[in-house]
Write a protein that binds this ligand. Sequence first.
Ligand code: FAD
Length: 343
Amino acid sequence: MDVLIVGGGVIGLGSALELARGGATVTVMDRRECGGESSWAGGGILSPLLPWDYLPAVTNLTQLSGRLFPEWVERIADLSGIDPEYRVSGMRVLPPFDAERAVQWCAGHNVRLEKDGDVLWLPDVAQVRNPRLIKALRLALERMGVRIVEQAEVTGIVSTDDRVERLDTTAGSFTAEHYVVAAGAWSKKLLGKQGVQLDIKPVRGQMLLYRAKPGMLQHILLQNGTYLIPRDDGHILVGSTLEDVGFDKATTEEAGAALHARALGMLPQLAQAEFIKHWAGLRPAAPDNVPTIARHPQLENLYLNSGHFRYGVTMAPASAQILTNQLFNREQPLDVSNYKWPG
Ligand SMILES: Cc1cc2nc3c(=O)[nH]c(=O)nc-3n(C[C@H](O)[C@H](O)[C@H](O)COP(=O)(O)OP(=O)(O)OC[C@H]3O[C@@H](n4cnc5c(N)ncnc54)[C@H](O)[C@@H]3O)c2cc1C
């Protein structure tokens, strides 16, 4: 089987890994460099922020990914020689929250939760360091013989009634047996008339980065949508905003100041940390955070793996597995009807 994947973010690269492991000949194409968009910009928390706020379609996918992650990341690290810093650092949730709902949901979903005064403690929440994960994935793929084509922007999908014939790009035309679109926030735009039924759009998220003494913060800290993520070497990420501003990746002073003030309120010692950087990324937003992982309703060799919104890193291994099972006609580990292509 010969597969061309458009989009070299965590979803496209993750899909490539799984397909190549299954024996497919895979090419990944990106209009710039792989991993330069949302997958680089994100925080790398491997759980929905308040998991009890989401539909079963999200929970099923994130819990399957949670089970796959340790082995997935180990494989990537072994192949690449790069440690993506997968760490089970736990998450402390500061009030306000609906404690009763949280306790009930966690009990029903086999998720450990402890109450420590007015703080919720989720000891099993893990994280990964996005830029390292992407770098490791890319290298792992190259070592597996996956072809990576960068600086090639897909500009047209040429099809008959039931099949894609070729992709036109700024680097010429490409053909394959199967095509997978994993172009994040740009997926709908790229698909043009083949994607009119989809509801995937960019939602901007701004992040701040600080350098602190290692150990200043041991766990992920979350309050009212703002989170702090500590890395091994003392870096602390603060995120994030949710802004419906189209394909605009600019940062704003107001958002930076608001994130900084909220983070200081949650961790006053952050005042001693050095401010490093402020950036923004565009999440591929879909309603209720439910992605599409499916074949096109008419074009039998076109697939989509996109719309992972706030949790694309979390959902990457499970989404790749589901996509690969579809291409290879294998049994699925869960009900995938929620991820079908509308229309
Ligand atoms: C601030 C922020 C914080 C986040 N925090 C978390 C978190 O803590 N945990 C979590 O799980 N998720 C988080 N996310 C969400 C997560 O980053 C995304 O869901 C995920 O990265 C989506 O991956 P993707 O591969 O679909 O998209 P992307 O990483 O955006 O990749 C899409 C790729 O497609 C390419 N492309 C687009 N158009 C074309 C074209 N025409 N031709 C060729 N290539 C094209 C782009 O260049 C890009 O490389 C966060 C996101 C942001 C912005």
